[in-house]
Ligand binder design. Structure first.
Ligand code: NAD
Ligand code: ZN
Length: 348
């Protein structure tokens, strides 16, 4: 078992275990009211919908189930959740449990943060992405027609319980999705090594979450260093949009990290040896790293992004593995560097 304490606007514990044997000890003391709402999606419901029931025998448990997938992270389902809480007489003493991947975590977190201005939230992530990333840090969201994650809050959970046993049923595609973020952490800190990525276990998840915890504690609301967590995401998000969201987030971040390495190589004049070590890491997630989109379209998407500042963006570049920094770069310079990278292929 691994544990981490997060000292943000709320102090809370993360438990990382291989089963649910510590759930009573770690979570039940935080569940004070008489009622518990387990929010999940239909697929997770099929596998693990009853997994927590035994712990709450003395409580009234309601289950709110949304359809699986990003499309469910919408205002209609948000209203469905908070109306169900209201109709079942939930008060601020009661508890919401987010049992699922990042979609469930984001919408259940948003509902918990706004219902009666905030009700106890426990995160029980079931995907690798949610275990290493979205369940910790307090970002909650729903999507609007105009774009993803446009409506949300910062609201820390009261506890996070990671059970790696849930990963046994997670499809390979979803494991690879989460691996995109795991590899990102290996660029941000040298505590996650390439060899670690072969085994997806509690120790690896602990190392990833420790990096995220340290960053969130320094900058909970993303006014500074939390942006480091966007490594690979500037170009990654652009590719995600260009693919019409057909490619998974992790797969796009993996491609985005290739560009981040190539842009870093050009900014800092990295040696071939350093870049080779970075590529060795990038290939460890077995993602398809070919992009298929040209520099102009990528630059156009970055220009449309909400994280742009005038004609520049805060780009996360790496001087070496574990040495990332935020640099302000003109989008036109990013485009030039991508073109230069594309041309380097043509010379073969
Ligand atoms: N809040 C944050 O800080 C943050 C960070 C990163 C991503 N996100 C958000 O997370 C979302 C993506 O999360 P995700 O990748 O977990 O996707 P997801 O929640 O859609 O889950 C992916 C699929 O896996 C299924 N699934 C979940 N657990 C399973 C299990 N144990 N066994 C079998 N199937 C299982 C789900 O039903 C779903 O079909 C996006 O909406 C993204 O915006 C949020
Ligand atoms: Zn991401």
């Amino acid at each position: 078992m691994y544990e981490l304490k997060v000292r943000a606007s709320k102090t809370y514990d993360i438990t990382i275990a291989e089963d649910l044997s510590l759930f009573s000890e770690r979570i039940l003391p935080l569940v004070k009211g008489a009622s518990v709402a387990i929010i999940t999606d239909d697929k997770v419901m099929g596998f693990y919908g009853g997994a927590l029931d035994g712990f709450f025998a003395a409580k009234r448990v309601i289950k709110i189930v949304i359809k699986r997938g990003e499309k469910s992270k919408n205002a209609t389902n948000y209203l469905k959740i908070i109306n169900a809480l209201a109709e079942n007489g939930f008060t601020r003493a009661d508890t919401v449990i987010a049992l699922g991947g990042g979609v469930v975590g984001d919408i259940a977190g948003f509902a918990a943060s706004t219902y009666m201005r905030g009700i106890t939230l426990i995160a029980v992530p079931t995907t690798l992405l949610a275990m290493v990333d979205s369940s910790v840090g307090g970002k909650t969201a729903i999507d609007l027609k105009a774009g993803k994650n446009l409506c949300g809050t910062f609201y820390q959970p009261s506890a996070v319980y990671v059970n790696t046993g849930f990963l046994k049923t997670l499809p390979v595609k979803e494991i690879k999705n989460g691996l995109g973020e795991v590899i990102k952490y290996a660029f941000l800190s040298d505590t996650v090594k390439r060899e670690d990525i072969r085994d997806i276990n509690a120790a690896l998840i602990y190392k990833c979450l420790k990096i995220k915890r340290d960053i969130v504690e320094k900058d909970e609301k993303e006014s500074g260093c939390r942006a480091l967590l966007n490594f690979g995401h500037t170009v990654g998000h652009a590719i995600e949009k260009l693919s019409g969201y057909r490619l998974s987030h992790g797969a796009c971040v993996a491609r985005g990290m290739v560009y981040a390495v190539e842009i870093s190589r050009r900014i800092y004049g990295l040696s071939d040896e350093t870049v080779a070590r970075m590529y060795a890491l990038l290939t460890s997630g077995k993602h398809d790293l070919s992009c298929g989109y040209c520099a102009e379209s990528i630059a156009r998407q970055i220009t449309a992004d909400k994280k742009r500042y005038g004609d520049s963006v805060n780009f996360v570049a790496v001087k070496d593995l574990g040495k990332a920094e935020i640099v302000k770069i003109k989008i036109s310079d990013i485009e030039k560097m991508i073109k230069d990278y594309e041309n380097s292929f043509k010379s073969f």
